[in-house]
Design a protein around this ligand. Structure first.
Ligand code: ADP
Ligand code: MG
Length: 704
């Protein structure tokens, strides 16, 4: 363990990476402003702004060889074009090549000049994703350029990186600036912050080489590997990012631990009255975790505890017990949830539980505005006991009189920073509130140690009694009609059904549309039953009234987007259909399925899928059919994560890594921890610089 590290004597004198991006040649104030929107302020931020994916324009594919689902580059000649107005204006251009096949290019956004340029006989170089269309293969909105008469096609020599960008900043321009920044990369030894001995010991390649490779992979690079983030160069970067995250969390933990929190009593009086009113008995696991929390709260050291428990394991009650301890000791409690829907559900639970004990529960969400907001803020500042809300709790202008406990639900939806922001709303001076974090995604142990290195972990590893495991089957979409018939029968028996639309699209609008389509379909097929619809584009009030109607049993079927994924609790719903289930990861499927099987009724889950199933999708559905155990699923998820979760499709709001993926890169964690342990003790300066490099402003904030 005791690796000897030579104290690296001198740091690079002038660190070219710290210069503002504005110092790069050709970077105007406007461009610098665009870059700043991406969080790119210094030259080194550009070094570490990594591609989301790559496009291979180094080759041409014959139309006859195109494969659905793949991106390809095609050289072809326009055979004909047509403008139409089916649903919305569109331009269809048929192109053909020597292979004798035709490909359809489809545009929804185009101008007249563009349409007029695509005359029959025009030679084009197109790049796009190949799809199945009504008339054969097609590309929707391909990139294309016109080739003049006799030009030989010049294919690219390198794979083209596609960077995350922002409106008004095109890929070309962004790649250009990044290229200029890369020209300033210092020599390998100067760039390296992990001591050479440790690099050697853990087989870490040169950071400089790794960076250059991921920004400019050669034409023969393994695109599959790169797309999955498994190339050694990416793994080298992932290692360093995980290390910086780990170091930063350890630092934060140490910084919090030197501060004080109020010692809270056990809240025996309130606790007893609360438990008497509760219609059920706590499970042994709830009792145990409740005790662990109470012990923490009684300390002068701030609690930093994560409670993990499978969906439906009853984490809310444990949170309520902690809240009672704080309230009885005269302190305020803030409970933050990631979505309005979930926050409102907590509000109702807490009001139902705590109002009879004479405890007021305050509501503070983004949608609370004007006078209502002013008076809510005044009551919070005046000492309201329990305050529940969304991230609106962290906004400026929200001040607490005496905040003693912060509860954050469904932690993985919040970043570490957001958690810290709420904590900093805490007490005056040296005091900080205790912190309780609840997560419904069971976290394998290795991950827990890294992603939550600043937290202690308690597990509620037992479900309340009387639950019958959900029976799960997978059915091809070809048998959709059978499934709808089955729903019809279920509704006839008085059961309630969720129908979940899982279109993975960038925009909430498209997701909402898909749900509307399904709603229309089901309404037509299930006459005589009431079908509700809920999606993220609806107003909170509308969402709430739909949820209320479903909860009250007025609706037989609830068609929903994945807004219902987290926390929604309607015990009477006992059948769930998940459309396009092959596209979802295990964790998300498990979350969704957790919405049924909450009552005494035997529940079923139907995973509708669109064939043909890929290998991984098949395995995922298999796992879902075989087990209901969230911990087992989480472990399996870790093994399986792959092609589906390509770079760039990470769920927003998760711990945001630029390159690392906790599931994919979990195998790096033991080494990350070993290196971290040594660096924290022996390499203070390098540790600072590493955190600064990868986490930057966020880490600076954490010191505040
Ligand atoms: P989660 O851990 O997913 O947040 P909840 O706290 O929402 O779970 O609890 C799920 C459901 O189980 C709720 O309806 C809750 O009232 C009920 N519940 C919680 N604890 C128990 C228990 N010990 N016995 C019976 N039902 C319980
Ligand atoms: Mg919950």
């Amino acid at each position: 363990m005791a690796t000897r590290i030579s104290r690296s004597a001198s740091l690079p004198v002038a660190d070219s990476g710290l210069a503002p991006v504005g110092t790069l040649p050709g970077v105007s104030a406007a461009l610098a402003a665009s870059l700043a929107r991406l969080g790119l302020e210094r030259v080194q931020d550009l070094w570490f702004h990594l591609p989301l994916r790559y496009e291979d324009k180094t080759q041409l594919t014959a139309i006859a060889d195109l494969r659905v689902g793949e991106r390809a580059q095609v050289e072809a000649v326009v055979e004909g074009s047509e403008r139409g107005f089916r649903f919305r204006p569109q331009l269809k251009v048929a192109v053909g090549d020597d292979s004798g096949q035709t490909l359809l290019l489809r545009f929804f956004h185009f101008n007249r000049a563009q349409a007029e340029q695509l005359l029959p006989g025009t030679r084009l170089l197109c790049y796009g994703e190949v799809r199945h269309g009504a008339q054969g293969l097609e590309m929707v909105h391909p990139q294309y350029q016109r080739l003049s008469g006799s030009d030989a096609v010049a294919v690219d020599a390198l794979l083209s990186p596609v960077y995350p960008t922002t409106e008004g900043l095109g890929q070309k321009r962004l790649a250009g600036v990044i290229g200029k920044a890369l020209a300033l990369l210092p020599a390998a030894t100067q760039l390296e912050l992990i001591p050479a001995e440790l690099c050697a010991q853990h087989g870490l390649a040169s950071l400089r080489d790794a960076l250059l490779y991921v920004h400019r992979p050669p034409a023969d690079a393994h695109l599959g590997q790169l797309t999955l983030g498994r190339h050694p160069a990416q793994q080298r970067l992932a290692f360093e990012e995980l290390l910086s995250q780990h170091l930063s969390l350890k630092r934060m933990r140490a910084a919090v631990r030197v501060r004080h929190a109020p010692r809270l009593g056990k809240g025996e009086l309130l606790r007893r009255r609360f438990l008497e009113e509760l219609p059920f008995r706590l499970t042994a696991a709830q009792e145990r975790v409740g005790r662990e929390v109470a012990q923490d709260l009684a300390q002068e050291q701030p609690m930093l505890r994560l409670v993990q428990g499978d969906v439906g394991s009853g984490k809310t009650v444990v949170a309520a017990l902690a809240a009672l301890a704080a309230v009885e000791s005269g302190y305020q409690v803030a409970l933050m949830a990631p979505t309005e829907l979930l926050a409102e559900q907590h509000l109702r639970n807490f009001r139902q539980w705590l109002n009879p004990l004479g405890i007021e529960v305050e509501w503070l969400a983004g949608k609370v505005t004007g006078k209502a907001r002013q008076s809510a803020l005044a009551r919070v500042a005046g000492g309201a006991s329990v305050v529940i809300g969304t991230h609106a709790l962290m906004q400026e202008g929200v001040t607490f009189a005496k905040l003693g406990l912060v509860i954050v639900d469904e932690q993985h939806r919040f970043g570490v920073q957001q958690r810290l922001a709420l904590r900093d709303k805490g007490l005056e001076g040296e005091q900080v509130p205790h912190q309780l974090v609840l997560t419904a995604t069971p976290i394998p142990r290795t991950l827990a140690m890294s992603a939550y290195a600043d937290l202690d972990v308690s597990s509620i590893d037992e479900l309340p009694p009387g639950r019958t495991p959900v029976q799960t089957i997978a059915i091809s979409n070809a048998r959709r009609i059978d499934v709808i018939e089955r729903i019809h029968a279920a509704c006839g028996e008085g059961r309630q059904v969720y129908w979940v639309c899982t279109l993975i699209e960038e925009s909430e609008q498209l997701r909402a549309q898909a749900a509307e389509v399904a709603h229309a379909e089901l309404s037509a097929a299930l006459q005589g039953f009431r079908i509700g619809l809920i999606h993220g584009r609806m107003k909170p009030k509308e969402k709430q009234s739909v949820m209320d109607a479903f909860k009250a049993g007025d609706l037989s079927v609830l068609v929903a987007t994945t807004v219902i994924e987290v926390g929604v609790d309607v015990p009477n719903a006992s059948l769930m259909v998940i459309e396009n289930s092959e596209r979802l990861g295990l964790a998300q499927l498990h979350q969704l399925r957790g919405r049924v099987g909450r009552g005494a009724l035997a529940s079923n889950c139907v995973l509708l899928y669109q064939p043909p199933l890929g290998q991984l999708a098949r395995e995922r559905l298999q796992v879902m059919r075989e087990t209901n155990d969230g911990f087992a699923i989480a472990e399996k998820d870790l093994q399986l994560r792959g092609p589906g979760e390509v770079l760039g499709t990470r769920q927003t709001g998760q711990l945001t890594f630029r390159i690392a993926d906790l599931a994919r890169d979990a195998h790096l964690l033991p080494a990350v921890q070993q290196v971290g342990e040594i660096m924290l003790v022996e390499q203070l300066l390098q540790t600072d610089r590493l955190i600064e490099r990868w986490i930057g402003g966020a880490a600076r904030y954490a010191h505040a």
